[in-house]
Write a protein that binds this ligand. Structure first.
Ligand code: ATP
Ligand code: MG
Length: 261
């Protein structure tokens, strides 16, 4: 049965897509069967996967049309033997307006129901979501099993992560949902800079052991992945992948620890 994973923070530009796509890439490289669902109309995750794997194929039915007919099976594109993608496109941005006619409770659970038949086919299903609170994010949160919060070490981001965490727990209570919040990954803006240290110290004070032991650091090479796809060529590529492998391993350990409780 698949584990459904989400990386989240309300705030934009904090590294959600990068982490989600690299986790997808690394899980695929580990031989896991993975489905990535790109729920962000910006389609950044779709672009990185398509560029990385030189994919030009489009789904038979767009993600938006799949959502409208409550069946996503024809919205999946096969990328490698182990990796499938539900690509996003701009049309997806009109979906929240179309489901307003359903009551608040039901419209937040659409995705959870739609991915149910896929759970037996994959080891992992990952979502990439747009920032801010929306029908997209509520659907992704409620469809997930394990959620990792991403905190960029800037003051404003620290406030937003506290709000994000509070919202997660409130939503879980409101819907009697079962998802786990695995913890907080610190995305360090500048290595060892004063603000980074201050913010990581306050994050540890607030979240304790919930703060991941492995941090994500700024690496110029990662910006290239956005335009050129993920590369696994030289020292710098390997270094970047190794850093994300460490946070991924910690995510998997944390999931294992919860499952063994
Ligand atoms: N570790 C890193 N080192 C350097 N640059 C990074 C790193 N991680 C992400 N970036 C860059 O930071 C920018 C924002 O990252 P990303 O798109 O993953 O954030 P996001 O939270 O998904 O944004 P949005 O909220 O717009 O969806 C991108 O240009 C990305 O290439
Ligand atoms: Mg993104």
């Amino acid at each position: 049965m698949a584990k459904v994973l989400l990386h989240f923070n309300f705030k934009g530009g904090v590294g959600k897509t990068t982490m989600t796509v690299l986790d997808t890439y690394l899980l695929n490289r580990m031989g896991k069967k993975v489905l990535l669902i790109d729920m962000d109309p910006q389609a950044n995750a779709t672009e990185i996967i398509n560029t990385t794997f030189k994919n030009k194929e489009r789904p038979k039915t767009s993600f938006y049309d799949g959502l409208m007919k409550f069946d996503l099976s024809d919205s999946i594109v096969n990328i490698t033997d182990n990796l499938d993608l539900i690509p996003s496109d701009w049309a997806l941005s009109s979906w929240p307006g179309k489901v307003e006619k359903y009551n608040r409770h039901d419209r937040a659970l659409i995705l959870k129901n739609l991915i149910e038949p896929f759970r037996s086919k994959y080891d992992f299903i990952l979502f990439d979501v747009p920032p801010t609170l929306s029908t997209f994010t509520n659907n992704a949160i409620l469809a997930s099993d394990d959620i990792t919060l991403v905190l960029q070490t800037q003051r404003q981001a620290y406030t937003s992560i506290l709000k994000t965490a509070k919202y997660m727990y409130q939503l879980r209570e409101d819907y009697d949902a079962k998802y786990n919040v695995l913890g907080v990954v610190l995305y360090l803006v500048k290595n060892n800079a004063k603000t980074d240290n201050e913010i990581s110290n306050s994050a540890k004070e607030s979240f304790g052991d919930a703060v991941f032991k492995n941090y994500v650091y700024q690496q110029e090479r990662i910006k290239v992945f956005g335009d050129e796809g993920i590369r696994d060529n030289d020292y710098w590529d390997k270094r970047a992948l190794k850093m994300y492998q460490a946070t991924l391993d910690e995510e998997l350990d944390r999931i294992g620890a919860i499952d063994n409780e």
